[in-house]
Write a protein that binds this ligand. Sequence first.
Ligand SMILES: Nc1nc2c(ncn2[C@@H]2O[C@H](COP(=O)(O)OP(=O)(O)OP(=O)(O)O)[C@@H](O)[C@H]2O)c(=O)[nH]1
Ligand SMILES: [K+]
Ligand SMILES: [Mg+2]
Length: 365
Amino acid sequence: MGILEKIAEVEREIARTQKNKATEYHLGLLKAKLAKYRQQLLDPPGGKTSAKGEGFDVMKSGDARVALIGFPSVGKSTLLSTLTNTQSECAAYEFTTLTCIPGVIEYAGAKIQLLDLPGIIEGAAQGKGRGRQVIAVARTSDLIIIMLDATKGSIQKELLERELEAVGIRLNREKPNIYFKPKKGGGISFNSTVPLTKCNEKMVQMILHEYKIFNCEVLFRDDCTSDEFVDVILGNRAYIPCLYVYNKIDQISIEEVDKLARQPHSVVVSCNMKLNLDYLLESTWEHLALLRIYTKRRGEKPKFDDPLILRRGATCEHVCHLIHRTIAQSFRYALVWGRSAKYSPQRVGIHHRMCDEDVIQIIKK
Ligand SMILES: Nc1nc2c(ncn2[C@@H]2O[C@H](COP(=O)(O)OP(=O)(O)OP(=O)(O)O)[C@@H](O)[C@H]2O)c(=O)[nH]1
Ligand SMILES: [K+]
Ligand SMILES: [Mg+2]
């Protein structure tokens, strides 16, 4: 029997047991058992845990995935239970949530998968608690919501950023614009298209030496730092947008709320009092940067109530693939109305980049 099943069984037995003088001892024992299992789940014996972990292998579904990351008891489960039809257990004690609980937000015609996760603590990157599993889920997400307790200042934010940074997650940052190509021979060729103020050729040579790379091509297309160059060499970095959500603003002064709300990528809410949740949804949508594309058939109105949902940067080709696997092969041209079009409509090729709320009619061969 897995540890989650054991926990569920004990919880069921506690629920079944009537509370009175005679059962006091029995209940106490059950609760102790529960605490032990929870502890085992958080800190497995031997300190080794697989990256995935029991209860974390939730299927991706919908148009985008958002992960809720935060310290214990900041209100992650309260948020999931408020915004979606899924109920995730909420309670005043820490580590109430032990696995990954998915819910669905429907917004602007898109289905967004929201994942409630166990609280993480300092040292999560080294495998403390269920940190490693939580971080593995965060890596697979299109947006990370870092949920913070508004009453606790900025300390939680800094610690969490450090934990995510330590495992190669880069929040709200673009992939560094550096071309890097390892080669079989020919030494190191270094070039840049802009003046470099934060890094130089010598530094690059030293870094490459450290990584035992002796043959490669490097081209800085931006004024990047040496850290960014290392990120490019390692290659396994995840560049993920992030929204900081300060919860429990019902507990702080209006001046403090105002200060938090003015920080970049930040939203202030109260899940319990349902304050500002509409704006949270709006900001989530903006940070996901999804595109709504309305298809239309010749002589008919666009399907405004049933958009295709695509990622920023999507082209006509992506639209084709979303409609049907084979359409791209028979694509002749498309007519596009909207912000990506110069005229209404513009006749475009398959590599045309789409904008949010464009209308498209595909003409086949
Ligand atoms: N004052 C206040 N309390 C809140 C708010 N939202 C949630 N809480 C309380 O915070 C406590 C923790 O809520 P949870 O949703 O269980 O927190 P969590 O982040 O999921 O916690 P773990 O699963 O243990 O990591 C509960 O007692 C909630 O009632 C809020 O907006 N204001
Ligand atoms: K809790
Ligand atoms: Mg929870």
